[in-house]
Design a protein around this ligand. Structure first.
Ligand code: GLN
Length: 232
């Protein structure tokens, strides 16, 4: 009898993970579910199995960086990224991904952008706005900036998606999306739909769920609280 060695098969990447160490995790899961995208919180190495993409949420980048190191998830993110997993960093997540952080050491350094933390001032200088960003939608989209950073420079291979005054608010490379604002805190699902497609997945289209989901409300995310319990 022929004894063929068994190779461990990798599952076809079919889900998007949300890094679940600190910050706005449930809000992203809620948006992905609205679009029918398989998603899960990512807390331990086993959670990376079969991920087509990973969202690094907003929160506090020093805290996130420390937790990434403590749980050695920084190395796993880099490894999975090199294997094809796409990344999206919102706000603090964008800081974690930047190659250059003004006045500080970079954390993952995977995207050729220069970013400055707390660039608008204190927490009290947070604000909301609106912009048409053709890459995502033809209609104006709500933007929420919470003690946000500013992207100051984008390197080669980085496309600017939204520029305002003297800073860049959204950009992407082939593998990474960064936004300094928080679409997950509004009813706008256009960014999540865009990222899911970037990951090679098929989210519900605009006819089924419009870019601004009318069924969303500021408490919608609370239905996800139960999934962010202890690591499974
Ligand atoms: N100010 C935070 C930082 O520098 C980012 C804030 C956010 O993610 N909303 O890490």
């Amino acid at each position: 009898m022929l004894n063929t060695p068994r190779t461990k098969k990798r599952p076809h990447p079919s889900a998007i993970g949300v890094l679940d160490l600190q910050g706005g995790v449930c809000e992203h899961l809620d948006h992905l579910e609205r679009l029918g995208v398989a998603c899960r919180p990512v807390k331990v190495p086993a959670n990376f199995r079969g991920l087509a993409g990973l969202i690094i949420p907003g929160g506090e980048s020093t805290c996130l960086a420390r937790l990434l190191q403590i749980f050695t998830l920084d190395k796993i993110i880099v490894r999975e990224f090199q294997r094809g997993m796409k990344l999206w960093g919102t706000c603090a997540g964008a800081i974690i991904l930047a190659r250059t952080v003004v006045g500080e050491q970079p954390v993952l350094g995977l995207m050729d952008i220069e970013i400055e933390r707390n660039s608008f001032g204190s927490q009290l200088d947070s604000f909301t706005g609106e912009a048409v960003i053709p890459a995502f939608s033809a209609r104006p989209l709500p933007l929420t900036f919470i003690r946000a950073p500013q992207i100051k420079k984008a390197g080669k291979g980085v496309k600017i998606l939204l520029k305002r005054d003297n800073y860049i608010a959204a950009a992407e490379s082939n593998e990474i999306l960064v936004t300094v604002f928080h679409p997950e805190l509004t009813g706008c699902v256009a960014f999540h739909r865009y990222f899911a497609r970037k990951c090679g997945l098929t989210p519900y289209d605009e006819k089924k769920v419009p870019d601004i989901d009318p069924t969303w409300n500021p408490m919608s995310w609370t239905r996800h609280v139960s999934v962010t319990g202890p690591a499974r």
